[in-house]
Write a protein that binds this ligand. Sequence first.
Ligand SMILES: Nc1ncnc2c1ncn2[C@@H]1O[C@H](COP(=O)(O)OP(=O)(O)O)[C@@H](O)[C@H]1O
Ligand SMILES: [Mg+2]
Length: 307
Amino acid sequence: MNSAIVCEHVTKRYSSLTAVNDVSFSVKEGEIFGLVGPNGAGKTTLIEMIEGLRTPDGGSIRALGLDPNKQGGELREKIGVLLQATSIQPDIKVKEALKLFASFYEHTVGDTAELLHTLSLEDKANSRFRKLSGGLKQRTAIALALVNDPVILFLDELTTGLDPQARRNMWDFVDKVRKEGKTVFLTTHYMEEAEKLCDRVAIIDYGKIIALDTPRGLIEQLGAESKVIFKIEDSDMDAAKFESIKSVSRAEKSPDGFTLYTRDENAALQGLVRLADKQGFRLTSIRTESPNLDDVFLTLTGREIRE
Ligand SMILES: Nc1ncnc2c1ncn2[C@@H]1O[C@H](COP(=O)(O)OP(=O)(O)O)[C@@H](O)[C@H]1O
Ligand SMILES: [Mg+2]
């Protein structure tokens, strides 16, 4: 499979700060690739260098075989860009903005009505940008990014600041784009979003890529354990008691109950139920939690991503 994007030893400094530090990776054609990390990690700096909007201090970048710095004009014909902060003339109507953006390109989508439909904006064509809600503004910005029928779509912080329903709409939209076979390069600081949307994820922290794999691969590599979380009625049992259950590596007591750590959720659950039977205590509110990308970040860095 061909690479849509290749970065080799890419570095960017802002005076004494190295915002992107010797980063190398590639993105395959048709892939949904996520760059994930906390605020200030270097995501926007990196994505904007690939788009040709910022200039690297070192290393090499190719997008669709083009050098974004030297062949920016040619590249911009073939990519769609959603910036982290969109600035669209507030009084322009949605359909006028589409027409205006279409005029910037040689090649455009045949039918802007279709584009409005893809983003569920049909009935907003005559609305002024400033009158739209946050979610609708974001959808309009994406419609504008798609007006040239791009090969690669860049989405910087696709869902930051959106309410949960608007976020889910965005996720559905990314699924549509995936089906069209476009390459998507997105950034997010929501691990859940990356896990849900991306074929592969690069985790960036302090300008360095510290892990890169499929979401499943990252979680498996880490060997993070699942948790079995439960409460017991009328009991002040000692957590150590649960460590006798086969497959449980560790048990903890907290104000909300007990947590068992295990690599085999089923065995731990069965063992727990058997122990309860034998010792005559009643279990309430049992649930399991599988490891996710938040756990991956925590294990790699020792910090929560939301810090
Ligand atoms: N134009 C700039 N001038 C100086 N420092 C910048 C500039 N843009 C970003 N930075 C700094 O570079 C680091 C990475 O920023 P950014 O790429 O915006 O990260 P992210 O998108 O992951 O939040 C941050 O410490 C930020 O303050
Ligand atoms: Mg950013």
